[in-house]
Design a protein around this ligand. Structure first.
Ligand SMILES: Cc1ncc(COP(=O)(O)O)c(C=O)c1O
Length: 395
C-alpha cells in the first residue's frame, strides 16, 4: 500500500518510546522509561477553580475561535517573565502561543526547511525533535555532548564545513542526557554562530526546574543573527492542556511562523490558554515550581544514591542539576537493547539510547527518568537494573 503515502511519512519512524511504553503498562514493572512529569505536581484543584471562573465570567466568549498569535494577556505574561528572569528585551508581539513546544518544532520545520537542508542537533538529541523535523526531510548532522555541553571542536568544524540551516539545542537539563551547557560554552557557541546565517533554536521546557546551581543566560543573550526560543507550561503546570510558545524578536521570522500556524490549526486551544492565564493570575507560580523542584531533587538524589550502591563501577552516569532525566553509559561491550530484554525479565524498564541518535549509533547508552517513581521504587528498580547489568556482563 506504500504507493498511497507520501515519501515524507514513509521515511519517518514510529516513536520508539511509545512502543516501549506498551511494555511498561504492566503494573509490576518499575518504569524509568517515560518522560512524564509527576502527576502529583499538577495543580488540579487550582485548575478546576480557574476553569469554573473562566466559564462563569466569560461564558461563550472563551469557547469561540480566537487569534492565531494567542491570548494577548498570556503573551504579555510570558514576555514579562523573560524580561524579569532573564533580562531579555522581548514583548508580547515576540510570543506566539503554540500547542506545546512540540508544535513549535513542527512550525520551525515548515518555515525553514527544504528537503535536504542541513540541520545540526545534539548527540544524543531529543527524539521528538528528530521525529518532528524528519518530516521535512533534512540532512541531520550531530554534535557530541560532553558533561558541560557540545564538543566545541566538532561544533566549529560542522558549522565551518557544512551549510547548517539550523542548530537545535536544549541547553538546560537536556533530554535525554540531563546535562547543562556551561556559561563558557554558551558564550563560545554564540560567537561561532554570530558569523553565520545558522538559525539558533533553544528549546527550554526544563529550564525552570533547576534544583542545584545557578541559572545561566540563554546562548542568544550573548548575541546571534537569527534565534528562536521555545517554551512550555508542560513541565511547570500541566502537559495535557498543550500550552507552549515560540519567542523570537525577529519580526520577519515571526510573520512566517504565524502563517504556518494559521495553516496548521488556526490557533492554539483558546479555552486552555484562558484557563492557564486565570491559574497564573490567581496562584503563586514560583511557590508551585518550588514544590516540583523539591520533589524532583529528592527523586534525583534517590536514583543517584541507588546507582552508587548497586551499579558496577564501570558504568557512567550524568549528574543533572535539574529536569527529569539522567544518562547512563555502559562499558562499550554491552548493548542497551539486550539489557532492555534482560531488565524486562527483572521487571524494570528504561529507554535504550538508540532512538536519540541519527547515523552512527552507539549501542551502550540509555536514559533513566527519575520523576515518576517514589524513592523506595527507585531504589528497588535500580537494584533490579544492576542485577540485569551484571547478568549481561557475565554472558
Ligand atoms: C526537549 C523537549 N522539547 C519539547 C518537548 C515537548 O513538550 P511540550 O509538551 O511543550 O510539547 C519535550 C517533551 O518532553 C522535550 O523534552
Amino acid at each position: 500500500m506504500n504507493h498511497i503515502f507520501s515519501d515524507r511519512i514513509l521515511n519517518s519512524k514510529k516513536s520508539f518510546i511509545r512502543e516501549i511504553l506498551k511494555v511498561t503498562n504492566n503494573k509490576e514493572i518499575i518504569s524509568f522509561a517515560g518522560g512524564l512529569p509527576n502527576p502529583i505536581s499538577f495543580p488540579t484543584d487550582a485548575l478546576q477553580k480557574a476553569m469554573n471562573k473562566v466559564i462563569e465570567k466569560n461564558g461563550s466568549h472563551v469557547l469561540q475561535y480566537a487569534t492565531t498569535e494567542g491570548y494577548l494577556p498570556l503573551r504579555e505574561y510570558i514576555a514579562k517573565r523573560y524580561q524579569e528572569k532573564h533580562g531579555l528585551s522581548v514583548s508580547a508581539e515576540d510570543i506566539l502561543i503554540t500547542s506545546g513546544s512540540q508544535q513549535g518544532l513542527d512550525l520551525i520545520g515548515k518555515v525553514f526547511l527544504n528537503k535536504g537542508d542541513s540541520v545540526l542537533i545534539e548527540k544524543p538529541g531529543y527524539l521528538g525533535a528528530i521525529q518532528s523535523l524528519s518530516l521535512y526531510e533534512p540532512h541531520f548532522h550531530q554534535v557530541g555532548l560532553q558533561d558541560d555541553g557540545p564538543d566545541m571542536e566538532s561544533f566549529k568544524d560542522t558549522i565551518a564545513n557544512h551549510n547548517i540551516k539550523l542548530f537545535y539545542s536544549v541547553p538546560n537539563f537536556q533530554n535525554p542526557t540531563g546535562i547543562t551547557y556551561t556559561y563558557e560554552k554558551r558564550e563560545a557557541l554564540s560567537h561561532i554562530l554570530k558569523n553565520t546565517d545558522t538559525i539558533l533554536i533553544e528549546d527550554d521546557p526544563y529550564g525552570e526546574l533547576r534544583f542545584l546551581g545557578e541559572d545561566l543566560p540563554y546562548i542568544q543573550s550573548f548575541g546571534s543573527n537569527y534565534s528562536i526560543l521555545l517554551g512550555s507550561f508542560s513541565k511547570i503546570v500541566t502537559p495535557g492542556m498543550r500550552i507552549g510558545w515560540i519567542c523570537t524578536t525577529n519580526h520577519e521570522i515571526m510573520d512566517k511562523l504565524v502563517i504556518a500556524k494559521q495553516a496548521s490549526d488556526l490557533h492554539t486551544n483558546y479555552f486552555s490558554q484562558r484557563v492557564i492565564y486565570r491559574y497564573l493570575m490567581d496562584n503563586d507560580l514560583e511557590e508551585h515550581i518550588s514544590h516540583i523542584k523539591k520533589l524532583y531533587k529528592e527523586q534525583r538524589e534517590a536514583m543517584l544514591l541507588a546507582i552508587k550502591k548497586y551499579f558496577p563501577e564501570n558504568v557512567k552516569v550524568t549528574q543533572p542539576e535539574g529536569g527529569m532525566f539522567l544518562w547512563v553509559t555502559l562499558p562499550d561491550s554491552l548493548s542497551a537493547l539486550e539489557l532492555f530484554d534482560m531488565a524486562s525479565k527483572e521487571k524494570v524498564a528504561f529507554v535504550p539510547g538508540e532512538p536519540f541518535y541519527v547515523g552512527i549509533i552507539p549501542s551502550n547508552t540509555l536514559r533513566l527518568n527519575y520523576t515518576n517513581s517514589d524513592s523506595a521504587s527507585i531504589d528497588l528498580g535500580i537494584e533490579r537494573l544492576a542485577k540485569a547489568i551484571r547478568e549481561l556482563s557475565a554472558k
